[in-house]
Design a protein around this ligand. Structure first.
Ligand code: SAM
Length: 257
């Protein structure tokens, strides 16, 4: 690792608690280098110096490093498996299931969960914890206003039921919003709550080093109840689930033993 980047990692960790060394190096370095070069800086050192006096630069850095893309019902087939196969079993055992959407970005994922659960339970009895490291996305999630392209995979009946169109945008209903509690949380630095029945963590572990991923699989496993389900992104199969006390329930769904 270059000395310049290594120093930058240290300073960012001291400033924000964010440990960039746990994110895949080549990818992260490329993203950040192209950002600072565009702003006219020539090294991580200069870039950090500017950032320490200009808060907006730090916000922009955070925005760049977090990669916030999301959409409702992302990889629709997987949500069908959740609805048809996973949830009936979980709800059978315990209708008051405890759910966590980890690295929830702008809220599409936990709101999708709330919509699907509303097919089984009254919305007032649903409570989903949704967390992300990035305060900006959490603020947008709470606002709940989305461009049409975020809704492409939303089934027509859900769209009618839970969204209102406002110009080019769609607003998610208050009933759905009330089912979700958003919190800021850094997966790589903070303790996890426990006794979850379902943890959804999709499209964030791909950015982490193998070492960080390994640690997180253990922590997610510990955070689940026996028979609880861990739902991962569509490129994120776990190679050796039994190592983390998981059985494969379906592709991209793991059951805690
Ligand atoms: C690509 S989005 C995934 C959103 C959603 N889960 C989905 O699959 O559509 C990745 C999210 O991970 C968040 N993130 C990155 N590092 C994180 C960390 N250390 N702790 C918690 N969230 C993190 C980013 O802020 C971003 O919102």
């Amino acid at each position: 690792m270059s000395h310049d980047y290594e120093e930058f990692i240290m300073k960012i960790k001291r400033k924000s608690g964010i440990d960039l060394s746990l994110y895949k190096e080549a990818q992260m370095k490329r993203r950040l280098t192209s950002l600072y070069e565009k702003k006219g800086y020539t090294s991580f050192k200069d870039y950090y110096q500017a950032m320490s006096t200009e808060q907006a630069l730090f916000q922009e850095f955070l925005d760049r490093m977090t990669i916030n893309v999301s959409e409702f019902y992302r990889n629709g087939k997987r949500w069908e498996v959740l609805e048809q196969k996973i949830l009936p079993k979980l709800l059978d055992k315990n209708p008051r299931i405890k759910i966590w959407s980890a690295a929830c970005s702008t809220g599409e994922e936990p709101y999708t969960l709330a919509m699907i659960l509303s097919n089984f339970l009254p919305l007032q009895s649903i409570s989903i914890l949704a967390t992300d490291i990035d305060e900006n996305v959490i603020a947008r999630a709470k606002l709940g206003i989305y461009p049409e392209r975020s809704l492409q995979e939303v089934p027509e009946n859900m769209k009618r039921k839970y969204f209102t169109a406002d110009g080019d945008f769609y607003k998610v209903s208050d009933d759905i919003k009330k089912a979700v509690t958003f919190k800021k949380h850094n997966l790589l630095a903070e303790p996890f709550d426990t006794q979850f029945d379902l943890i959804v963590c999709r499209n964030v572990l791909i950015y982490f080093t193998e070492e960080a991923k390994n640690l997180l699989y253990k922590k997610f496993s510990d955070a689940l109840k026996t028979d609880g389900i861990f739902f991962v992104g569509s490129t994120e199969q776990i190679f050796n689930p039994s190592h983390y006390n998981f059985d494969t329930e379906d592709t991209f769904f793991y059951r805690k033993k």
